[in-house]
Design a protein. Structure first.
Length: 399
């Protein structure tokens, strides 16, 4: 048996597949993905500390490519992103970026994010009949927030969303017909984005503001981010923040609609939103899989894993592991403790997790409070992608 997580049935309900793997083959070699799938919580958690599993996973793939191609050009542009580096390079980049992601900097954005959410919801509520909550609310929100954080002109927000979509075709392992020209499309978007952010960085160098890009330019002793590193940080913030937050909001809303008792519970106790979002992230989070490149011989549950192989850490499976969570397939908004790993763990945990949590808390709480008649209008169709847990549309009625 080999598992393909981009098959339609696995995309629609990956948790049945994960349950089977955890029970029968928790360290599974998938021919479809040419990678090991690690599915139990303890094994995934340990893997984040295993130095045999490298996060520097783009450059080895790039080195194997002998002929120039759009795919090679895409990989070349991605290779400098902090999220695909290891220490000491990762340590330096994360240290220099940390100041821009300080808790107080994110916290003061709450009022601004609430205003953006309410503006989007007001427009949504003006519509009649069934509407797509993703395209009208969950999808535009993070692009607007990120553009605002970077000090980009409001008119450029649609471009941000387009670039994020093009890159997602490559980064999340799209299956089906979308594979055909995905590298060409991603390359066009990356080149446009690269040129745009270089222009924005140049402008900010000459006129610092109170935005996050200006904060990223801060010097730490004798060290600071180069222009190319700043551009890579902007691109990473846009891509990782947009896709992840869109999925978090959409998946959380769907989970509540499928569990009306928990939706009623949240409506009755709005202060539950904090632990509620943590449980919604555990129950059906935005990321299914994180990839690692094997750089040294290692062993997991008796399976020998060799250098040059790939490992997929299946976060979505780990977060439903009954050996770690009581009744893991039950949505319990008051779950405590809740040590989920929806945003990773350790030195590579998502640096923007606090922002994603805030956007999700605000969006979900406002959706719940402003749409008392919210109901699912049609069954969602899930995207056949490997890494993310994402719907094409979430069509709802609000009255």
């Amino acid at each position: 048996m080999t598992v393909d997580l981009t098959a339609p049935a696995a995309s629609a309900d990956p948790y049945a597949v994960f349950r089977s793997l955890r029970d029968t083959d928790p360290v599974h070699w998938s021919e479809a993905h040419r990678a090991w799938l690690i599915t139990r919580y303890d094994d995934v958690s340990d893997a984040f500390r295993n130095k045999a599993f490298s996060n520097d996973r783009v450059r080895p793939v790039l080195a194997r490519r002998k002929e120039p191609s759009a795919a090679s050009d895409v990989l070349g542009l991605l290779a400098g992103w902090m999220v695909v580096t290891d220490p000491p390079e990762h340590t330096r980049l994360r240290r220099l970026a940390a100041g821009a992601f300080k808790g107080q900097r994110i916290a003061v954005m709450g009022e601004q994010i609430t205003a953006i959410v309410d503006r989007l919801l007001s427009a949504f509520l003006e519509g009649d009949g069934a509407q797509d909550l993703i395209s009208e609310v969950a999808y535009p929100l993070p692009a607007i927030v990120i553009a605002t954080m970077l000090g980009a002109p409001p008119a450029d927000r649609d471009r941000f969303r387009e670039w994020s979509d093009e890159l997602a075709l490559v980064a999340f392992g799209t299956g089906g017909a979308a594979r055909a020209d995905r590298h060409q499309r991603a390359l066009r978007g990356l080149r446009e984005m690269d040129a745009y952010f270089h222009t924005l960085v140049d402008h900010r160098r000459r006129a610092l503001g109170d935005d996050m890009l200006s904060a990223l330019m801060a010097r730490d002793g004798d060290d600071l981010l180069s222009d190319d590193e700043l551009v890579a940080m902007c691109a990473l913030l846009l891509f990782a923040g947009h896709e992840t937050t869109t999925n978090s909001i959409a998946n959380a809303t769907l989970a509540l609609l499928r569990h009306p008792d928990q939706l009623d519970r949240l409506r009755a106790d709005p202060d539950l939103i904090g632990p509620a979002v943590e449980e919604l992230l555990r129950f059906d989070g935005p990321i299914k899989v994180l990839n690692r490149w094997v750089v040294a011989e290692t062993e997991v549950r008796g399976k020998r894993i060799s250098p040059g192989e790939r490992v997929h850490l299946v976060l979505a499976s780990a977060n439903r592991d009954p050996m770690r969570f009581d009744d893991p397939d039950t949505l319990d908004l008051g779950r405590n403790p809740n040590p989920h790993i929806a945003f990773g763990k350790g030195i590579h945990a998502c640096i923007g997790a606090q922002l994603a949590r805030m956007e999700t808390r605000i969006a979900v709480s406002r959706i719940v409070s402003r749409m008392p008649g919210l109901a699912l209008a049609e069954e969602p169709v899930w995207k056949d992608v490997l890494a993310s847990r994402a719907m094409d549309r979430l069509v709802v009625r609000h009255s």
